[in-house]
Design a protein around this ligand. Structure first.
Ligand SMILES: [Zn+2]
Length: 217
């Protein structure tokens, strides 16, 4: 039996069918939505999709669009609708959705060495070695080291978040030695890597500082 679109109730062929978070919609219904929304349809419920179709000015608003960052071996998606972050590694393994409100901080590491942290306080201890700054301070410190040539094999942003009373870590691999050659700290690739890491850390800074204070215990 052919499936019907959850919005217009039209029956759909196989190629016409688009999966979203809690149902399916047809191509005709979603064709005018922004590409960044169409490509991440699984992030949205049928209700949210209906709302965006009925309010085209809203669906073209960046605030509703998922922000996606491609790294060496992972894709990071910031989902503004349900306010969560997920990481897809190696093209198929998708992490659980990490709610923004659970994110405590992050640590930018190169070859397992911390190059700068940012985060909230947990109990008496600051998770962030650097309580000021954030992405700007971390990238600034790294780019100031002129003259010193290093080779970097791995770079990651380790995101700390609360889950059932524990602190868990999610790894965003910006450079992965399994998939990339080592890079020189004076190279263009390194600059590009820092640019990408910077964008992701800026998003995290915003999430961390933008509150959800009432959820703090
Ligand atoms: Zn439809």
């Amino acid at each position: 039996m052919a499936q019907v679109c959850d919005r217009c109730k039209k029956s759909m062929g196989f190629l016409d069918k688009w999966k979203c978070k809690d149902g399916v919609v047809c191509y005709d219904c979603i064709k005018d939505l922004d590409k960044s929304i169409r490509n991440n349809l699984k992030l949205y419920t049928v209700e949210q999709i209906k709302y965006m179709i009925d309010n085209p000015d809203i669906s073209s608003d960046k605030a509703y669009q998922p922000q996606q960052y491609k790294c060496s071996n992972s894709v990071v998606i910031f989902n503004p609708i349900d306010r969560s972050l997920s990481i897809t590694t190696a093209g198929f393994f998708r992490s659980e959705a990490i709610p923004y409100s659970s994110i405590m901080g992050y640590d930018y590491r190169e070859d397992d060495q911390s190059k700068g942290r940012y985060g909230k306080m947990i109990g008496a201890a600051a998770l962030g070695g650097l309580v000021f700054g954030g992405a700007g301070a971390i990238i600034g410190a790294l780019t100031q080291k002129r003259g010193e040539v290093r080779y970097i094999k791995r770079a990651e942003i380790a995101v700390s978040y609360k889950k059932e009373g524990h602190i868990e870590t999610a790894h965003i691999w910006v450079l992965d030695s399994k998939f990339n050659d080592k890079i020189k700290s004076t190279s263009y690739q390194y600059k590009a890597l820092l640019d990408e890491a910077n964008k992701i850390m800026l998003m995290l800074d915003e999430i961390i500082t933008s509150g959800d204070e009432n959820q703090e215990s």
